[in-house]
Design a protein around this ligand. Structure first.
Ligand code: UD1
Length: 426
């Protein structure tokens, strides 16, 4: 359905009120993959109702699992011998499907995952996943569009130095190493909060981990893991979405349910922009009664400024007082949505991985198109500060990561609805 719907935003409202964030998309998808490591039923709580969770649930079903999702509870029952092929049909819809590579290899000794191919936010290689798994004894080849990994004698521990702290590679290696024979060290590991969340589930399943939350993870392989129950960490990127929305609309919004420390750096940027920011461990409030000042932003792996919030920083600076430089260090295609932002009147120039944004008091409503989940949310934020009507099409991208964004924003006073996309007349 969502493929033929769009958001219609009328700009100008000052957001105010309180919102709660759901569990993190980027955590729950990996928690679901981790369930494959143990026969039996793993229970996940605080699971968001988003498209990506449905896709991952379908992928697990095709591997022979039973998956039930009711309210924010998800139960995954994994058979003794799960299937070991993830087909292109699902992987192309959600690149994160690649996270079944590590657990299925560890559990089945063999796995075929379709290669995800191109992606709207950049080239996104898999070399770090592949090289790391080879260090653990896997034989890997690419054939007919599939990445095929085998470890007929089982995986063994090994030392892996990641060239870059890749989130996905760290997760795949972790989920492979927990059932390998011996000890694995993953150096220069990513330390995003969602990886810490995955580590906590793995520990509840019986995994032996050291260095959790640091860039050196130590994994002592065990013979088997048991299913467990786990509550997903709050979604820091959704929390950041509302924080930026509050600052851009000169509003006053309280955000509950994310770990405030996980978005410290983003909140500090908003404080630099002139917002008043206060809060506690699991809530914060952003309020501002004047036009925000321009702030430079540089994206980096955690604890740096999250690349997933870069579109929000761009949108904020588009209406800020002054000129800012945004530097994107993670994904080469992440400025693709700037063309859409410019349609709303933003003054942005990009050069390689830098964007210079000259703020204007107001943007100008226009039809635009979401190019990925966070860019889509960034365009919605821009629509909130654009004069007149902005329509955002292709909102299936936004549905991948936001449970009902329009309703939540309406609760804060925004004028936004989800409506059918008018049929093309040609
Ligand atoms: C995850 C998040 C995504 C977030 C990103 C960075 C999920 C589902 N997605 O994506 O929202 O923006 O982390 O925080 O959790 N790279 C390689 N070779 C590899 C692996 C990665 O070159 O083998 C490169 C990528 O092309 C990219 C960079 O490393 O330029 C970061 O990628 P990575 O950290 O792996 O991100 P994802 O796990 O794909």
């Amino acid at each position: 359905m969502s493929g033929v719907e769009r958001f219609r935003v009328v700009g100008g409202a000052r957001l105010s009120g309180s919102v709660s964030v759901p569990g993190a998309k980027n955590s729950v998808l990996k928690l679901m993959a981790a369930a494959l490591l143990a026969e039996g039923t793993t229970q996940l709580s605080r699971v968001p109702s988003i498209l990506d969770v449905e896709i991952m649930a379908e992928l697990l079903r095709r591997l022979g699992c039973t998956v039930d999702h009711a309210d924010d509870q998800l139960s995954i029952t994994v058979p003794e011998a799960p299937g070991h092929e993830a087909d292109y049909d699902l992987v192309r819809r959600m690149r994160a499907s690649i996270c079944v590579l590590g657990p299925l290899l560890a559990r089945c000794g063999e796995v075929s995952v379709a290669l995800p191919g191109g992606d709207a936010i950049g080239s996104r290689g898999l070399d770090l996943h592949v090289e790391g798994l080879k260090r653990l004894g896997a034989e890997i080849e690419s054939e007919h569009g599939f990445l095929i990994a085998r470890a007929p004698q089982g995986l063994h521990g090994g030392q892996v130095w990641l060239d870059f702290p890749s989130v996905g590679a760290t997760e795949n290696l972790l989920m492979a190493a927990v059932l390998a024979h011996g000890t694995t060290i993953i150096d220069n590991a990513a330390r995003e909060p969602e990886i810490v969340d995955l580590c906590h589930l793995l520990e509840s399943m019986g995994a032996k981990l050291g260095g959790v939350g640091t860039s050196t993870l130590e994994v002592q392989g065990v013979d088997r893991l048991s299913p467990a129950a786990h509550t997903t960490v709050g979604d820091r990127i959704i929390a950041g979405t509302f924080a930026f929305a509050a600052a851009m609309t000169q509003g006053d919004v309280e955000v509950r349910g994310a770990v405030t420390q996980h978005i410290d750096i983003a909140l500090d940027k908003l404080a630099q922009a002139g917002a008043e920011v206060d809060g506690g461990d699991d809530w914060f409030r952003v309020s501002i009664d004047r036009r925000p000042s321009a702030v430079d932003v540089v994206t980096l792996p955690f604890p740096g400024f999250a690349t997933d919030m870069q579109p929000f920083a761009l949108a904020l600076n588009a209406v800020a007082d002054g000129t800012a430089m945004i530097t994107e260090n993670l994904f080469d295609g992440r400025f693709a949505f700037v063309h859409e932002l410019v349609r709303l009147g933003a003054e942005v120039r990009t050069d390689g991985h830098h964007a210079v944004v000259r703020g204007k008091p107001l943007l100008s409503g226009a039809p635009v198109r979401a190019t990925d989940v966070r860019a889509g949310a960034g365009l919605v934020l821009a629509g909130l500060v654009a004069e007149g009507v902005t329509t955002v099409s292709e909102i299936h991208h936004i549905d991948r990561g936001y449970p009902d964004l329009a309703t939540t924003l309406r609760g804060l006073g925004a004028d936004i609805v989800r409506e059918p996309e008018p049929e093309a007349s040609y």
